[in-house]
Design a protein around this ligand. Structure first.
Ligand code: IFM
Length: 452
C-alpha cells in the first residue's frame, strides 16, 4: 500500500467553538450572546433546538481532554465566549469565566495538547448587538478591550491565536438573516465586515505590542471555491465570480493579503449603493502581517445558474453546511495553490477545519459506523498531502469536530463529530472515524491504494 506521510511535527488536531459545545449558557455569570437570543426565536433553528446545554463541555472538559489525549490529538482548537468573560461585552469582567478558560487551557497543557484559540467564533455579547454590534464603529474599541483581557490572561498559555473564525458568518447574519443576529440588510452587513476587518488588524497590532514569547497570531477564513458548471457559459461564470469575489472568500482575502477591496467588489458596492464608511488607514490596518493563515475547507462547489433557484435553496436548507451532496476534495489542492499564487500568502497555513456532516435521522448504530466520514477525510488528506509535496507550507490539520455539537441553524440534527454526542445523557461514544483518526495520527499519515 502507498504511504502518504506528513511532515515531522505536523499538528494533528480537532476543533470546536464555545457556542457549539460549552453549554452552561446561564451559569456562573455568563451573559447572553446573539446566538442565545436568535436560537430562542421560534423557527430560526432546525427542530427548535437550543444551545443552552449543548455538549456541556463547560463541565465535562476534563473528560473531553482525556479522550483527545487517548487518541494522540496534538492540538485542540476552541474559542472563547466573549459574554462568559464580559457579560455586558465591555466593563466588568466575570472572573468565573476567566477561571474556566484558565482551568481548561491548563488541563490541555498538562496533557501535552497545544491550545489553538479563536477570540471570536460568531457569538457576540447580546448587549453589544443592542448597540449596533459590528455595524457600530465602536466595535473596534470593544473588541480591543476584550482581546486585551484575553492576551493579558492567556497570552503565553495559548500557542496559536486567531482573531476571527469565518467572518463570512457576520455577513450572513446581517445580509440574509440565516444566522444571528438575523438581519437582512446588505449595506449594514458590508459595514459590519469592514469594521470587523479593522478589529482584526488592530488586534494584531495589540498582539505585537504584548511581545509574547512564542505565541503566534493569524485569522481563519473559510474558502468554498465556486466553479461554473459549464465553463464559458456566461451566467454560470457570473454566478461563480459573484460567490467567490463578492459574497465569498475574496471579501476577506483581498484586504488581508493584497490590500484593500478588489476592483470587482468595489465596483459592485458602488453600483449597488453598498459602500461601507471607510476611514483613512483602514486598509493598512487590515493587512497587518500575520504569523499564519487558517484555512477552513469543506468542499468545492459547482454553480449551475440554470438549476431552479428553489432546488438550490432546498439543498442549502438547515444550516451552515453542504450546498450539495457531491464532494470535491480535489478542490482543496486548487485552493491551496490559489492562496499562494493569487493571494501571495507566504506564511504557514493550518487547515483549521475540515469535516463531514451526517444527518440526524439515522439510528445511532448507523451513525457510529461512519465509514462515509472516513472515506471523505481520507481523500482530503490525500489532496492535502499532495499540496504539501508541491511545497505548500501547511503545518497542521484539524477535524471539525471532536464531537457532535450545536450546528448553528442546523441545530443538533447535523452531526460532524468523531464522537457521537447523546444530547439527553451527554454521553460521548467514539465513532469508527475516531479510531481511524487516532491511527492517522500514530502513523503520521495515511496508507491506501485508492488514489493515483
Ligand atoms: O460548525 C461550523 C463551524 O462553526 C464553522 N465552520 C463550519 C462548521 C460546519 O458547518
Amino acid at each position: 500500500m502507498k504511504k502518504y506521510e506528513f511532515p515531522k511535527n505536523f499538528l494533528w488536531g480537532v476543533a470546536t467553538a464555545a457556542a457549539q459545545v460549552e453549554g452552561a449558557a446561564y451559569e456562573d455569570g455568563r451573559g447572553p450572546s446573539i446566538w442565545d437570543a436568535f436560537s430562542h426565536i421560534p423557527g430560526k433553528i432546525l427542530n427548535g433546538d437550543l444551545p443552552d446545554v449543548a455538549c456541556d463541555q463547560y463541565h465535562l472538559y476534563e473528560e473531553d481532554i482525556r479522550r483527545m489525549k487517548e487518541m494522540g490529538i496534538k492540538s485542540y482548537r476552541f474559542s472563547f465566549s466573549w459574554s462568559r468573560i464580559l457579560p455586558e461585552g465591555t466593563g466588568e469582567i466575570n472572573e468565573a469565566g476567566l477561571d474556566y478558560y484558565r482551568r481548561m487551557i491548563t488541563c490541555l497543557r498538562e496533557n501535552g495538547i497545544v491550545p489553538n484559540a479563536t477570540m471570536y467564533h460568531w457569538d457576540l455579547p447580546y448587549a453589544l448587538q443592542v448597540k449596533g454590534g459590528f455595524g457600530n464603529r465602536d466595535i473596534i474599541k470593544w473588541f480591543l478591550e476584550y482581546a486585551e483581557i484575553l492576551l493579558d490572561n492567556f497570552g503565553d498559555m495559548v500557542d496559536i491565536w486567531a482573531t476571527f473564525n469565518e467572518p463570512i458568518a457576520v455577513y450572513v447574519g446581517h445580509a440574509n438573516g440565516f444566522f444571528a443576529p438575523g438581519l437582512k440588510d446588505e449595506k449594514y452587513a458590508r459595514q459590519c465586515i469592514h469594521n470587523l476587518m479593522v478589529c482584526h488588524g488592530e488586534t494584531v497590532k495589540l498582539f505585537r505590542k504584548k511581545q509574547l514569547k512564542s505565541a503566534k497570531i493569524g485569522i481563519v477564513v473559510d474558502v468554498w471555491p465556486h466553479k461554473p458548471a459549464h465553463p464559458g457559459r456566461e451566467n454560470d461564470e457570473q454566478m461563480a465570480l459573484y460567490k467567490n469575489e463578492i459574497a465569498g472568500y475574496g471579501m476577506f482575502l483581498h484586504p488581508l493579503f493584497l490590500g484593500g477591496y478588489s476592483e470587482i467588489l468595489m465596483k459592485y458596492m458602488k453600483e449597488n449603493d453598498l459602500m461601507p464608511r471607510i476611514e483613512e488607514g483602514d486598509f493598512d490596518t487590515m493587512c497587518q502581517k500575520v504569523d499564519f493563515y487558517g484555512l477552513n475547507f469543506y468542499n468545492g462547489l459547482i454553480d449551475d445558474a440554470e438549476k431552479p433557484e428553489k432546488k438550490r435553496r432546498r439543498e442549502k436548507q438547515g444550516g451552515n453546511f453542504q450546498d450539495t451532496r457531491e464532494y470535491h476534495q480535489e478542490a482543496l489542492w486548487d485552493v491551496l495553490h490559489m492562496l499562494k499564487e493569487k493571494y501571495k500568502i507566504n506564511v504557514p497555513i493550518y487547515l483549521t477545519e475540515n469535516g463531514y456532516c451526517t444527518e440526524g435521522e439515522a439510528d445511532r448504530e448507523t451513525m457510529l459506523d461512519d465509514q462515509v466520514r472516513i472515506d471523505y477525510l481520507e481523500k482530503i488528506l490525500y489532496w492535502l498531502n499532495r499540496s504539501i509535496q508541491d511545497g505548500i507550507d501547511v503545518r497542521g490539520y484539524y477535524v471539525w469536530s471532536l464531537l457532535d455539537n450545536f450546528e448553528w441553524s442546523g441545530g443538533f440534527y447535523k452531526r460532524f463529530g468523531l464522537f457521537y454526542t447523546g444530547y439527553e445523557t451527554l454521553e460521548r461514544i467514539p465513532k469508527k472515524s475516531a479510531g481511524w483518526y487516532a491511527d492517522v495520527i500514530r502513523n503520521n499519515g495515511i496508507e491506501t491504494d485508492k488514489f493515483d
